[in-house]
Design a protein around this ligand. Structure first.
Ligand SMILES: Cc1ncc(COP(=O)(O)O)c(C=O)c1O
Length: 476
């Protein structure tokens, strides 16, 4: 577009924006099984209004907007209490799981810089199932991620393997409650013990599970200890914009005490401008996400969350049983809550995902690794819970359809990729491969099965370069 000489009317703008959405997946109808967490119409309306009422207030300066200090403090304290932090525990609201994790890693790094100046190349030990946000944090902050194998049946890390990966350079241990990929909780209590014995910081990524697991426990589900009740856990991240059902842009990062948290906060008076004190990554930040989170916690209350969680858990059990009843499919591991993935030994699940896409559903593909089969991911939430039967019906039909389709020649693709890796000009060879996979230009790909096959067969480092180049071209 060009910035118009004369501005458009409100009506023109709103209908143009609506038109932008015409190719988006229909999350409102509960057909997108990730990315969106919908608490239902009434809670969403209250939250959205609260969000808009604080859209313009700026979290940069609590002295000008004490309302935001109060909102943040109240929300953080409520989540700390839920996660059994004591009166020493502290935290901050951030824009999401990635920022919370980034800050926990920065805190560990900066604490080590002061207390362990002998460490030149700090390391963070984490399970292979830990979220990519930790690798991103390591990349941004100059840490070495030491990723530990997980058990290929339970998809949990073995604490002894964490123990073995610790070196004199280790400054932080990480575990998930639960992991995104298979939805299982790592052995947090055992890892906490190791953290205490080795005097290491230990971050629990409860971005997904912080609220949902806590309320499940209150409902009487059998949930192992994963929060501040575990001695040795020094920080936790919990996203309000996932299973807290808050509007996007809201997560909590929490620490066992202020002595740890102080390494998160950044102050700068070294310029000619205003005094800058930032506890989180952003400086200017809207009050909207804070007000939205405060509103949804108070609107739903414990009763509302428990009601939602019971519905979601019942739907999850029905969906897992239904998927396992399809002979070609099997759910992986024993998911702790409402997030899981399923694989197949006989059909290509990437083709199944495309087939489901044609039927209006979005299921997210996850590449195979040496320890995990390729799979499709499902996050059940309140907004999708009523669609379980419809999804299962289409899954059954989708599987039958894929069985009739020409299978993708995985071995042929691997040979092609290996040839490209050996080519005298790998850049050009990958360009051709990208073109064949439909990963070029500014058009978004539609059929993902072939693309996923190609990407999956690339070595990780090559795949990452491939994807960086693709995004470099996709955006202006
Ligand atoms: C376990 C886990 N941690 C961290 C994140 C990153 O959260 P965000 O996308 O809000 O940055 C995710 C996202 O799905 C996640 O599942």
């Amino acid at each position: 577009m060009q910035i118009p000489e004369r501005g458009l009317s409100k009506q023109e703008i709103l209908s143009a924006l609506q038109a932008f959405k015409s190719h988006d997946m229909d999350w409102k109808a509960g057909r997108v099984w990730c990315y969106v967490y919908n608490p239902g119409q009434d809670p969403a309306e209250v939250m959205n209004e609260a969000y808009l009422s604080f859209l313009t207030e700026n979290g940069l300066d609590p002295t000008v907007f004490p309302s935001l200090l109060k909102l943040e403090t109240e929300v953080v304290r409520a989540v700390i209490d839920l996660l059994h932090g004591d009166s020493q525990a502290v935290g901050h609201l951030t824009t999401g799981g990635t920022e919370s994790i980034m800050l926990a890693v920065k805190t560990a790094r900066d604490k080590a810089r002061v207390e362990r100046p002998d460490i030149r190349e700090p390391e963070m030990v984490l399970p292979k199932t830990a979220h990519a946000a930790f690798h991103k944090a390591a990349h941004y902050l100059g840490l070495k991620p030491v990723a530990v194998d997980i058990d290929p049946q339970s998809f949990q890390v073995n604490p002894q393997d964490i123990q073995k990966a610790i070196t004199g350079n280790t400054i932080l241990l990480v575990a998930s409650a639960p992991s995104y990929s298979q939805g299982v909780i790592d052995p947090i209590a055992e890892i906490g013990k190791i953290a205490q014995e080795r005097s290491l910081l230990f971050h629990v990524d409860a971005c997904v599970g912080g609220l949902h697991l806590s309320f499940m426990r209150k409902l009487g589900y059998d949930i192992p200890d994963f929060d501040f009740t575990v001695p040795g856990v020094t920080s936790i991240s919990t996203d309000l914009h996932k299973y807290g059902y808050a509007a996007k842009g809201c997560s909590v990062v929490m620490y066992r005490n202020k002595d740890i948290r102080k390494y998160q906060i950044f102050a700068c008076t070294d310029t000619t401008a205003y005094t800058l004190i930032n506890p989180t990554v952003l400086s200017t930040k809207s009050g909207g996400p804070m007000a939205g989170a405060w509103a949804i916690l108070n609107f739903l209350g414990e009763e509302g969350y428990k009601r939602i969680i019971k519905i979601v858990q019942d739907a999850t059990q029905e969906l897992i049983a239904g998927i396992n009843a399809i002979p070609e499919l099997r759910v992986l591991g024993r998911p702790a809550m409402c997030m899981f993935s399923f694989a197949s030994d006989t059909i290509n699940v990437y083709q199944l995902a495309d087939e489901m896409n044609k039927r209006g559903w979005y299921l997210q593909g996850q590449f195979a690794t040496p320890l995990t089969p390729r799979s499709l991911h499902v996050s059940v939430n309140y907004g999708t819970a009523s669609n379980v039967k419809a999804l299962l019906k289409d899954l059954r039909q989708g599987v039958e359809r894929v069985k009739q389709m020409t299978p993708i020649d995985s071995a042929g693709i691997r040979t092609m990729v290996e040839a490209a890796l050996q080519a005298p000009d790998p850049g050009a060879a990958f360009g051709q491969l990208a073109a064949r996979a439909g990963l070029t230009g500014t058009d978004l790909p539609s059929d993902m099965a072939f693309i996923n096959e190609v990407l999956e067969s690339l070595p990780d480092e090559v795949c990452n370069v491939f994807l960086v180049n693709y995004f470099n071209d996709l955006y202006v």
